[in-house]
Ligand binder design. Structure first.
Ligand SMILES: Cc1cc2nc3c(=O)[nH]c(=O)nc-3n(C[C@H](O)[C@H](O)[C@H](O)COP(=O)(O)OP(=O)(O)OC[C@H]3O[C@@H](n4cnc5c(N)ncnc54)[C@H](O)[C@@H]3O)c2cc1C
Length: 369
């Protein structure tokens, strides 16, 4: 029997998760990636695998499955990962109320008193309580997205075709310039560049994009560690999981009334530390199909000002500023799965949780392939 073939377009995390699952199912996979390496949202993020942000039930379970696959893949690739967990700090009663309700509903998490916090990076003054979780896992996305293709090539005989832009899909063929590839199954995982293939499908979908501004601080001196990834009250406004608590609205209202600019610019301020000791900091959210190509300095300043309310570091020297763009569903859906023609599947729209959810999503989608 001849081996079945699949083509995956895009070598971001969604394309890599799709490739992994197809290859494990015995498909001979060709991956077409426009760049010399993937440089989209999957390398521009915090590298946070973040179950605590997912609502209880299917999405949380999906995140936890992803988490175990991340560990497996990182070990195979020989790259660093940190099972550091996370801390959400409360300096206001509204924040503490959300944490109390959240820990009541989700007993795997703990409410710590200010004195119970071990991280030296946490601002203790005025601290009322802290939500502590052991689940969050950090990777350096630049390392992971660069290293996983080699794992897939070695373990499963996948072929990556770098600098191959898929210019046309017409099942069973994909054209990349003057080359034509043929397969039994085709997956389009093109991230924010979604307009180029099947533009009508996207025009009809409830999808937009978000631009996020990010920064990286230099490696901290003497291997100083912040420990868990850190965040404040704005993160509890932002993530779906916290919206299930009765006090969420009051917390949102507090920020709306007192810090409307934070909500206007979609601030969700978090920090994670990678294996090299650098601190990844973000972020803001602007929505639309096209963006100003330039970063706004005042947005970065707002992020840093808010960060200083709950975190302090040894060295605040900024190494780099950048932004990333991801597609996001406007309908509240957690992803976009389309079948524009038989044999072709589009996977996109995982929003701000693609690192957390892709591996788990593909386990579900391709469970019986
Ligand atoms: C700043 C920022 C912070 C984030 N933080 C987190 C986080 O901490 N945790 C988390 O879970 N999620 C996070 N996310 C979300 C996550 O990064 C995305 O959901 C995820 O990376 C999307 O993956 P993707 O594969 O769909 O897209 P991408 O990574 O953009 O990959 C798409 C790839 O397809 C290629 N491509 C496109 N068109 C073609 C074509 N025609 N032919 C060939 N190749 C093509 C592109 O070159 C690109 O490499 C963040 C996102 C951003 C932007």
């Amino acid at each position: 029997m001849t081996q079945k073939r699949a083509i995956v377009i895009g070598a971001g995390i969604v394309g890599l998760a799709t490739t992994r699952k197809l290859a494990m199912a015995g498909y001979q996979v060709d991956v077409l990636e426009r760049g010399q390496i993937a440089q989209g949202a999957s390398v521009r993020n915090f590298g946070m695998v973040w179950p605590i942000g997912q609502p209880t039930g299917q999405m949380y379970d999906r995140a936890m499955i992803s988490r175990s696959i991340w560990k497996e893949m990182a070990e195979m690739a020989g790259i660093w990962y940190g099972e550091v967990g996370s801390l959400h700090m409360a300096y206001r009663q509204e924040e503490l109320a959300v944490i109390e309700e959240f820990t009541d509903r989700n007993p795997q998490y703990e409410l710590l008193s200010a004195g119970g916090v071990k991280s030296e990076a946490v601002v203790k003054k005025g601290l009322l309580g802290v939500l502590s979780s052991d689940e969050e896992l950090i990777v350096d996305p630049r390392q992971a997205i660069a290293a996983f293709p080699a794992v897939l090539e070695e373990q499963y005989d996948v072929t990556f075709h770098w600098q191959h832009v898929a210019t046309e899909v017409s099942y069973p063929w994909v054209k990349a310039g003057n080359k034509t590839f043929e397969a039994d199954l085709i997956y389009v995982c093109s991230g924010a560049d979604f307009e180029y293939l099947y533009p009508e499908q996207y025009a009809a979908a409830d999808i937009t994009k978000s631009k996020l501004q990010m920064m990286r601080l230099v490696s901290q001196p003497n291997q100083w560690k912040i420990g868990p990834a850190l965040c404040g009250g704005l993160t509890m406004v932002h993530y779906e999981s916290f919206k299930q608590t009765p006090s969420h609205q009051a917390l949102h209202d507090y920020y709306q009334q007192n810090h409307p600019a934070y909500l206007k610019w979609g601030l969700n301020v978090m920090v994670s530390q990678n294996g090299a000791g650098e601190l990844t900091i973000g972020d803001s959210h602007e929505y639309g199909l096209d963006f100003d190509p330039f970063n706004k300095a005042f947005v970065d300043e707002m992020i840093l000002d808010y960060l200083r309310t709950f975190a302090d570091f040894k060295d605040w020297t900024i190494d780099s500023h950048w932004h990333g763009v991801y597609p996001k569903m406007t309908s509240g859906a957690t992803e976009l799965i389309l079948t524009p023609e038989e044999g072709v599947t589009i996977i996109n729209g995982l929003g701000g949780a693609g690192m957390t959810l892709s591996f788990g999503l593909l386990e579900e989608m391709l469970s019986d392939i």
